[in-house]
Design a protein around this ligand. Structure first.
Ligand code: SAM
Length: 213
């Protein structure tokens, strides 16, 4: 994703703590207080410009959504959408997934979404892939038993790698689709990348991988 320099992004995050909680590490174990309810928390890693998480939040008002995005200049677009739509069950964090265990307590997250994650095709960058074992350990460390990772991508190589990584980890694979847009999934919420790639004719792959307790 091209990142334009937006130095005002961090100011905007600070001015909107109702959507971008300050000091997220202080909320560890207390995210239900942030949302003021005990609804399940679903986390999207690499939330980009926010179309998916905001769409999901509107579709599922009884779920709390947290979007993690490394790039402030990308996340600011998600915040702009959130301010405009004023959806109460979304929070955005300008954080790296590597730091998940400092933000969430064990058993605090029920589901993780990974959408169109960077493929990092070179072997020497394998550890950066968000479906690598190192990241699966991090997700598992904050998730409830039997938590699920829902994964979508247009990248066949990353999809094959991820199916392999999930199964080596002992996860149960469900709803594996080699062509999501030709499948019967009715409530699919498209991401920005999904719209872009599918409009160019790319096939979209999807699966759900569940941790064993
Ligand atoms: N999910 C969006 C979509 O489908 O339109 C964006 C996809 S974009 C290819 C991947 C996004 O993941 C980028 O915005 C990038 O900054 C973010 N990202 C990559 N590694 C990350 C990490 N370790 N923690 C948080 N975000 C990350």
């Amino acid at each position: 994703m091209r990142q334009r320099n937006k130095p005002w992004a961090e100011d905007m995050f600070a001015k909107n703590p109702q959507f971008v909680p300050t000091n997220p590490t202080d909320r560890k174990g207390n995210w239900k207080d942030v949302f003021d309810n005990s609804n399940p928390i679903h986390l999207e890693v690499g939330t980009g410009k926010g179309q998916f998480i905001i769409g999901m939040a509107r579709q599922n008002p009884d779920v709390n959504y947290v979007g993690l995005e490394l790039s402030s200049s990308v996340m600011v677009s998600a915040l702009e959408k959130l301010i405009e739509e004023d959806v109460p069950n979304v929070r955005l964090l300008n954080e790296n997934a590597q730091d998940l265990s400092t933000i969430f307590e064990e058993n605090e997250v029920s589901r993780v979404y990974l959408n169109f994650s960077d493929p990092w095709p070179k072997n020497r960058h394998e550890k950066r892939r968000l479906t690598n074992k190192t990241f699966l350990d991090l997700y598992r460390g904050v998730m409830k038993p039997n938590g699920e990772v829902h994964f979508k991508t247009d990248n066949q190589g990353l999809f094959e790698y991820s199916l392999h990584s999930f199964s080596l980890y002992g996860m149960i694979l469900n709803q594996v689709s080699l062509n999501l847009h030709q499948s019967n999934m009715e409530d699919n919420v498209m991401t920005e990348y999904e719209e872009k790639f599918s409009s160019k004719g790319s096939r979209i792959y999807r699966c759900e991988a569940q941790f064993r307790s």
